[in-house]
Design a binder for this molecule. Structure first.
Ligand code: SF4
Length: 258
């Protein structure tokens, strides 16, 4: 449980309540809807959903939060290398929920320097290059964006992979300057996510139907076969231990994991 790095909460009126809930692990028994309702009451409009538009979990959260308060915020990192299907979904969400999706871009000069020095597809050449690309196109833009909010919601689930097995529903995120990180679906299964999608006709990325369990950047994601690990289509040329992009690394790591 992360109780360090609470600097960003130092002046916040809700600080003591949040820290007490974390210490007691109190929200672990709350439903996703109950946790989101509490979070909207506590943090909105300085609350946002981190949605990749490439996984059904983020879409479930958008739908759920929209039912609680249609003015809740959502952002997406546009790395500049997303699939066309993902851009289509961003616009479908704008239309369906009448919601202005906050599209967050990387710093153009950082991308230019990296591409000029190493090439447009340098991520295939080494893990170091790949991590640098993710850092410039994902991690740094996300940190800059999150500096303007008090709390963010993610679609992380504990059974997605070993790195996410310890995910708490309510935590402090040291990598995001010590703001609140919520994972209301932490104890959901993949089947439960799909059930919610079907029940509420939630729009999802059309590439899921073509063998992509999750959809990341176009050059770094491919379809998988029956029985493959759900993360097998991500950075498939690397080994399995390091498959995170650095957005949701565990607190004890050095922040450079993928
Ligand atoms: S997933 Fe691939 S293209 Fe996207 S930021 Fe990471 S390395 Fe770059």
């Amino acid at each position: 449980m992360a109780l360090f790095a609470v600097d960003a909460l130092a002046e916040k009126p809700f600080r003591d309540e949040v820290l007490d809930l974390i210490r007691r692990d109190a929200v672990e028994s709350w439903s996703a809807e109950d946790l989101l309702t509490w979070a909207v009451g506590k943090f909105h409009p300085r609350l946002t959903i981190s949605a990749s538009f490439g996984a059904p979990e983020g879409m479930v959260l958008i739908d759920m939060l929209h039912r609680i308060d249609p003015t809740t915020r959502v952002f997406v990192l546009d790395t500049g290398r997303l699939h066309a299907a993902t851009y289509d979904l961003i616009d479908r969400v704008r239309d369906r929920y009448d919601k202005q999706v906050e599209v967050v871009f990387p710093d153009a000069s950082e991308v230019e320097s990296f591409v000029r020095a190493k090439g447009v597809n340098a991520f295939y050449e080494s893990i170091e290059n790949r991590k640098q690309c993710c850092q410039i196109r994902k991690v740094l833009p996300m940190r800059r964006y999150l500096a303007g909010v008090d709390a963010y919601v993610t679609g992380l689930r504990r059974d997605q992979n070993a790195n996410r097995a310890e995910t708490r529903k309510l935590a402090i995120d040291p990598a995001a300057g010590g703001i609140i990180k919520l994972a209301p679906l932490a104890d959901w299964t993949h089947e439960r996510v799909l059930e919610y999608v079907g029940q509420h006709q939630v729009p999802v990325n059309r590439l899921h139907r073509e063998g992509y369990p999750s959809v990341g950047c176009e050059p770094c994601t491919r379809a998988i076969g029956p029985g493959d690990d759900p993360r097998a289509g991500r950075w498939w040329w690397e080994n399995d231990e390091v498959k995170e992009c650095g957005l949701h690394v565990h607190e004890e790591s050095d922040g450079s994991g993928i």
